[in-house]
Write a protein that binds this ligand. Structure first.
Ligand code: SF4
Length: 194
């Protein structure tokens, strides 16, 4: 393991960890995530159902720290109790609790943003370009060619944290059962504002 690769992995996990927290707070305050759908094949798994393999779950990970990040993901999977959910080919999804990776998610997974209309309605976020912004930001980190990478990472973490704090001002829509699907509110994207 080289110092450079370790630095890239540290930057990557820091920013993805902040994004994971942000999306978690958003998820508590929105209703349209596909994993809340009662449809067979989607219930509890949502968009992760389209991922068909470990390789597929690694989409957009690249660069000299690639193998290190893959090894960290595998270690997380081995150390996390439970079995993979049979509703997806992704080995990192646990039935009843979702993805085990958090700060180790691939750019494709962490950038996936399916409640952007609700984010605009509820929080005033202009999120349609968010996926592209996330992929660009993580490419910069994985490529590690910027001379200002340390500042770049600090600014990214600050900006994400500000958005997370903004979202936290809004009420949680699923108190007490945040991780349980809510079939009665599926797809009602205009309710519960503020
Ligand atoms: S790695 Fe995580 S977010 Fe990505 S498909 Fe698998 S369970 Fe879903």
């Amino acid at each position: 393991m080289s110092k450079v690769e370790a630095g890239i992995a540290a930057n990557y996990t820091r920013v993805v960890g902040a994004l994971d927290q942000m999306f978690h707070e958003i998820d508590l305050r929105t209703t349209g995530s596909m994993w809340r759908s009662p449809k067979p094949g989607l219930a509890g798994v949502g968009s992760c159902a389209i991922v068909n393999s470990k390789k597929h779950a690694e989409q957009k990970l690249h660069g000299s720290a690639l193998q290190m990040l893959i090894d960290m993901r595998e270690a997380r999977n081995v150390e996390t109790p439970g079995k993979p959910d049979p509703k997806t080919g992704c080995p990192y999804h646990r039935e009843g609790s979702g993805c085990v990776l958090h700060e180790l998610k691939s750019p494709a997974c962490i950038g996936y943003n399916e409640t952007f209309r609700e984010q605009k309605q509820r929080f005033g976020m202009t999120g349609t370009g968010l996926t592209g912004d996330i992929w660009w930001m993580l490419d910069e980190i994985l490529d590690n060619t910027r001379p200002d990478i340390d500042t770049f990472v600090e600014d990214a973490v600050d900006a994400i944290a500000k958005t997370t704090e903004h979202v936290r001002k809004y009420p949680i829509l699923h108190p007490g059962n945040e991780n349980i699907q809510q079939p009665n509110v599926i797809f009602q994207r205009n309710v519960h504002i503020g």
